[in-house]
Each structure stands twice: as C-alpha cells, then as structure tokens.
Design a protein around this ligand. Sequence first.
Ligand SMILES: [Zn+2]
Ligand SMILES: [Zn+2]
Length: 334
Amino acid sequence: MRAMVLESFGAPLQLRELPDPVPGPGEALVRVQACGVCASDLKLVSGALAGTPLPHVPGHEIAGVVAALGPGVSSPRVGERVACYFYLSCGQCRNCRAGRGTVCLASAGRIGFELDGGLAELVRVPAALCLPVPEAVIPEAAAVAMDAIATPYHALVTRGRLAAAETVAIVGVGGLGLHGVELAHCAGAQVIAIDVAEERLALARELGADLTVRAGSAQWPAPSLVADLVLDTAVSSQTLAGDLALLRPGGRLVLVGYKPGLTAGWDTAALVLNEITVLPARAAGRDECERVLDLLARRCIRAVIDRRYELQAANQAFEALRGGALNGRAVVAA
Ligand SMILES: [Zn+2]
Ligand SMILES: [Zn+2]
C-alpha cells in the first residue's frame, strides 16, 4: 500500500510503498476513503507530543470501507462503510467505566498517534472501533466527525452542559470551532464567534453564529460581551486572558486547545471570587462519535470541509493548516 510516512520529527511526510497490514484477531482492515487533518497532527509531526514511534503514519480522522477481517470478527462486515474511533481505551478502568475513555488509565494508544493512522491506503484497526456510517453521510464528513465534530460535542454538551437559551462564546473558529458553532446553534444557544480571520467569521455567521467578533480588534476583549460558557479552541496566552473577561460570574470555561508548556496564568481572585468553572475537554467518547454521525445523517449539522487533497499531497494540507489558510477542515483522500 502507499502511505505518507513520518520518518523524522520536523521533516515532511514521505510517500512510501509499505506491505499491506494484515488484520490480527479482533481487527479489521479498512480501505481509507478520507482522513481529516488536525492541529494535533502538526504537533505530532513537529515532535511536540511524546509517545510516537518512528517511522509513523499519522492521521486519526478516518473513514473508509472494510476490506478484510481478522480471525474471530463478525462485525463489521467486509464492504461496510465505517468511521474509525481512534482511542484504544481499556473499557475496564475506573475512568472508562465512568464514560471517560479518553483519560483511560490503561490505554493501548490511539490510531494515528501511538499506532499507525489513516494517511495511507489501508489501516488496521480494532473491529470494535469501527462505527457504521449512515448512508446519507459522505466519507469526508464521517472522517472529520471522529474529532473535529465529536470533540466540540464532548466539550459543549458533555463537559460544558450547554443549555438552550444560554450564551456561548467560541474562541477560535477553525475546524473544531466552526462545528462548535453549529452544535451550539442546533442546541438552541446564542452563539458569539471570535476569530482573527474575517472569512472564518463570515462562515461562522452562515453556520448559525448570532454575533461575530474579530480578535485583535477594539471589539474584543470587550466588557459588553457576556457569555454563560466560553469554549476556547485556540488557547494562547491572549485567548486565556480574554476568556475570563467574557464570562459572567458563575460561568464555565471549556478548553479544548492546548500547547505543551503553555501555562494558564489567571488571576486567582478572578477565578475564585467569580466561581469560574474551568473544564478541560479531551477528544470524545465512542458513543459521542456515534451521536454526531447521527446528527450529520439527520442534517442537524454539516461537516465543514474546505479543501480536499490526494494522499501524496498530504504535506500541502499540513501547510495550509499551519499557515492559518483553512476555512474548515482539510481532508486527504487516498
Ligand atoms: Zn485531532
Ligand atoms: Zn480504561
């Protein structure tokens, strides 16, 4: 099979011909139709994340068709369209039993991080992580559902407990933030979108944002804006300072962005005296991925795909994301 391989951190991916993976017991082989490109991939290829063995095939937003099954697998069936949930959580530990598998205490890794991922023609995955894709959902949408849609769902609904008629501010409307705008709008919230790029703000308005604010302008931070919940998908020292200024006393701040080494330097008086709840949110659970596939099938939301690239052009997708040029997700199709 052809695959885009990371051979050394900080270097571009290399197109290589690798032996086709063979599915073992309990595993499925998936022919990749689409693989989304995420900011986590940029961190991974730069070497900022621990635990990636080299050489490595990145890519964790995967959808495709089941090509073969290992011994003992009865579901999915060969030929079935699937999206691949990418956390190999144990299912048994205290966190898994509480529905918090992304912070599993005995994780076997993640597809596209510790294990080879979807920037390839074929990927080997645990059969149990293959989610059926509804007929109405195209492969590109099913792929980005696994992270760019499921993660803001987990952040807003599960962690943030967003309620209808609340006001939510979404700081950074990139791949995750734009889907956050749709999800919050569809939940009946008033949505404020904040970003540095006017094109992305225009797209956020199309997707349901009631108010948009350009970061770095005189409009923000602004004392007139008040939110019940802030979702920060960007997370920089500037946004972390601005997030608190947006929240009403008693409000919730949900963080999905992160940068290794960046500390959150809040005034403890502002946190404590206003009883601000800070809720970090990591990716999403398998059941949440199934729910967003259903939301896509019922057309409550749509996947925001900006650009499509051939497998061998995956480095260009990374460059577009790195340069802040995307309005929505970039997807690589094998
Ligand atoms: Zn991701
Ligand atoms: Zn576990």
